[in-house]
Ligand binder design. Sequence first.
Ligand SMILES: Cc1cc2nc3c(=O)[nH]c(=O)nc-3n(C[C@H](O)[C@H](O)[C@H](O)COP(=O)(O)OP(=O)(O)OC[C@H]3O[C@@H](n4cnc5c(N)ncnc54)[C@H](O)[C@@H]3O)c2cc1C
Length: 487
Amino acid sequence: MEQHYDVVVIGAGLGGLLSAAQFLGRGRRVAVVERLTHVGGRFTAKPFQGAQVSTGAVHMLPFGSNGVLAGMLRDLRVPHHVHDAEVFGSFHIRGQQLRARSVLALAQVLGRHQYARFLALGAQMFLRNPRPAERDLTFRAWLAQQGVTSATAPDLVLFFARMSHFALSIDLDQVTYPEVCATMKNMFRYGPPGIVDGGCAAVAGALERRIRAAGGTILLNHDVPHILTTNGAATGIIARDRATGTPLTLRAPLVISNIGPIATDALLALGGQECPPHDQRGGQAWPPHAGGGGAATGLKVHVLTKQPFIDHQGIMYCLDTARIAGVVQPSNSDRRLAPPGEHLLITHQLWRPERESIAAARAQALADLTYLLGPPEFGAWRVLTMSQYHDAWPVNRAVQGADAIPQTSVRGLYLVGDAVKPSGYLMVEGVAQSVNALMDAVDRALPDPTTPATHLPPKPPRRRALAWLIAPPAPHPAEPVDLPAAR
Ligand SMILES: Cc1cc2nc3c(=O)[nH]c(=O)nc-3n(C[C@H](O)[C@H](O)[C@H](O)COP(=O)(O)OP(=O)(O)OC[C@H]3O[C@@H](n4cnc5c(N)ncnc54)[C@H](O)[C@@H]3O)c2cc1C
């Protein structure tokens, strides 16, 4: 059996779905092949005991309604709605939860002395570019150069560490100083994070409907065991029906892989092709630089509580727990994410499998939950799921700042997704931006006068970041959308 398309996408994660929608918008014939029985990869959810339990993401868009993903969904006319956080965050510290609406309000969290140091660090990070000698420093090493260590400013170091653990799932010695600068500048310019209405399953579902409505093919429950090449150029893929084992050849001059460079290389090697393995990864060896590179790994817990724990729509960072880095309560934004009368909390913490057993990490999570919520015996809260993310299902396939580029050494084969995040764009903002980078790369290879010079959208103006001094920047004006109910 052989079918012919213009573009074949391997994997129906967010990166694969967004790429498919982009090419359909250009009138291309597109097929997406997904190993699982549903789309969305790590950006969807399943109903479990009345809650929307996510396969990965905590239902959150890091840059909210002003971010790159929300903008791309608007451009693609994919219905969605984002509930932006109305605070910078809250902080659990010294046994209590302090709400910080703005950067100024962080003074009460950090105390006068450490807040002054925070402002001094912030001025360096925001007002000048990293110097040559700082470019390869890890963020922890840079802090130490500024005299900021766990001994001299313990809460300030924890403030940065817990933000990094929650948002990037890596420690301060796994990320470079320039990457933290780029990411934090973007966080301030774009605006606060937001929870998507209906949770991530609503976005994945809306994208799936958009693709099918535009005439795209989505083959679910089909594995891709081989990428086909001829004379160093991609010519298609083999898809295998996982239920029947029946193979199907999908021919296309453009193959987009949403499964990361390592798995993509394996599909080339398994295909017995003559192509050299993928060898262009942002000019860096794989796994790259600081602290070992590779994937970002973590442990996430879904919890149901009788009483609300967080009274806002943003992130609560934990500075006084042993391991839990942050908590969100997405049911504050959309009640349908939790069963009636209960509240859904999602916690996230760093977990490095090479250093610690999963049993130990889970025990730490439970101890932290008991510290935050009180003893579970009286039915005030219960754990719904505890999931570890590593190997082929990590938090990020490449640690922030150590990502691949979309081009590969095989003509017509490109990468997209969370191993291809451009610098400064984290999580699904990075996935959406990888799609923009992909479209640019394809256009460079096959120049077409009708396509725009670049798909990378301009950043919001710098002055927008100043709003954070007193309050979060304004959300994107709401547009009427036809929202599907959460699954
Ligand atoms: C615990 C956790 C919390 C997170 N929280 C957030 C958050 O709140 N906000 C946020 O923005 N991001 C968050 N992220 C990150 C976000 O979920 C990911 O960046 C994003 O979902 C990655 O999308 P992707 O398309 O790159 O990859 P994936 O979602 O992994 O998609 C790849 C797809 O390819 C399929 N596939 C693999 N191999 C094959 C094959 N051989 N043949 C066919 N199909 C194949 C897979 O089944 C999968 O569906 C979180 C991640 C985790 C794990």
